[in-house]
Design a protein around this ligand. Sequence first.
Ligand SMILES: [Zn+2]
Length: 259
Amino acid sequence: MVLVDTHAHLYLPHFSDDIGQVINNARDNRVLKILLPNIDTESVSPMLDLCARFPDRCYPMIGLHPTSVDGNYKKKLSFLESMAANGTYTAIGETGTDAHWDTDFLKEQEDSFITHLQWAKKMDLPVVIHARKTMDSLIRIIKTHKNDNLRGVFHAFSGTPRQAREILNLGFKLGIGGVVTYKNSGLTPVLESVGLDDLVLETDSPYLSPVPKRGKRNESAHILLIAEKIAEIKETTVEEVALKTSDNAARLFNLDLDQ
Ligand SMILES: [Zn+2]
């Protein structure tokens, strides 16, 4: 059995004391690949350092997190675009919009999101999307900018079955993480309405730890707890969940699961 964590911020200071152990724990729990979404301009170098330290395990993305979009975002985007042009990245992200904390820069967040979609199309890479209270507007924007090779994942999906269906119809996947283990997550009807082929697994480490680790620091090894919960909801085996979701991740992010 092989698992993939498609979304983990393991380069953050939360892990600086024991990252070697965290990577070993992931390996011991069959998490073969870990994808690292970027956040801001200053997170790029710790992220790339971690990928250099653990090649064939950790893979970087490039993008500007919506909560890092501020009055300076155009400068940040041009820096990140130059990084993208001079490096190898497995996806564009994370990008999207977030209306939970602050809506002052919502227009700028949307503009940044559109720029990321253009990068994804130009570089032929999947795009990793963060949506918080903004899913319908992001779906609308994707419809406007869609072409045949635009693809990606709505990470930490927390929408309705109707929104899930629209996302799948656009050729995107749903990223499912620790929230699925929370009571009243609302994800059970979503998972009942979709297939395992529509899902990829993620932790969003260090955030959103699954039960029974809820409230503690999350890490990639916990993917197994998420896979077990999905297996329970889908009335199948954890091996089947691992097989399908890892295969989906490998195809979407162009990963070689034999190495
Ligand atoms: Zn994230």
